[in-house]
Design a protein around this ligand. Sequence first.
Ligand code: MG
Length: 369
Amino acid sequence: MTAVRRLELRLVGLPLVRPFRTSMGVATRKECVLVRVETDEAEGWGECVSDVEPDFSAEWNASVWGMITTFLGPALLGANEVTAASLERAFAPWRGNRMAKATLVNALLDAELRSRGESLASALGADKDAVICGVSVGIAETTDALREQVDGYLADGYRRIKLKIEPGLDVERVAAVRTDHPDVLLSVDANAAYRLDDVDVFRALDDLDLLMVEQPLHHEDLVEHAKLQAQVRTDLCLDESIRSAADAAAALALGACRIVNIKQGRVGGVPEARAIHDVCAAASVPVWCGGMLETGIGRATNLALAAMPGFTLPNDTSASARYFSEDLTEPFVLDPDGTMRVPAGPGIGVVPDPGRLDSTTIRREVLEL
Ligand code: MG
């Protein structure tokens, strides 16, 4: 139990090493909100997964900034004795805004763990000290360009390839990669770009021996996903549709998916992500950790989460170099066996490099008592 004395927000911007195109649009740059909290005993860091536009989610960087400076930050600073668990309850009066909430919940959890010298992975009951990594490959200009990118990532050691798809750039492209690599773990992610009427696309994908098809239909849907899952052999995985442990329970009860992609930064933070993991583990449904092009702060948090026992599929925990020429933290590196080590130090185990942090900061604001 502690009190938070000071809260520092930064908007940081980093160029991406290669444009990332999905069915929602193209990103050439990463901009995100970072929070540093200071308690009586320690500091803690949280990275928000929102983006410059509300395209993947209704939240976006400016809404997160406003939510934290107007509501969440003052509530956190005003609480005398606060823990990451009690903070979730303190934030309950405000609906949604899970990305903004996650940033503060995770920062406070990091500070709590640093103050008692325990790693996040240990606090989550991790059963591994390295996690298996996959990579998410954006929609390329041409099929040949896609094949070349996939070859490069496999040479790096990634153990699962996920291809972003959209209508018209799907079966043929995936088939080309499957022909090149008959045995590689391969999946696709549609980011909600299809409708139930497109079932023939998914029947064709059934022939390509995919690990999963991720979020084919509407970003809030469960019922139509259940109808689609009943018509295809390949396991469906939900990402955007799972906003909470309650959503996960509903999805599994409906048969809307057989795999869940857990993104802690999208569901309200590490405690809610853990609750989703537990719902899935109780139903023997495998989970894996998705990515949101995080800097080293969010990546460290994801690695600890992905070390939990139910995370049995390769994770989108790629190396810093897949995204940035220079990360905010010490770079995360893929080991030759396609795994990445889980930070073992207190809390998330990393902090930003001060010079790098300052040179990437676009906007800064401090809230204090
Ligand atoms: Mg996804």
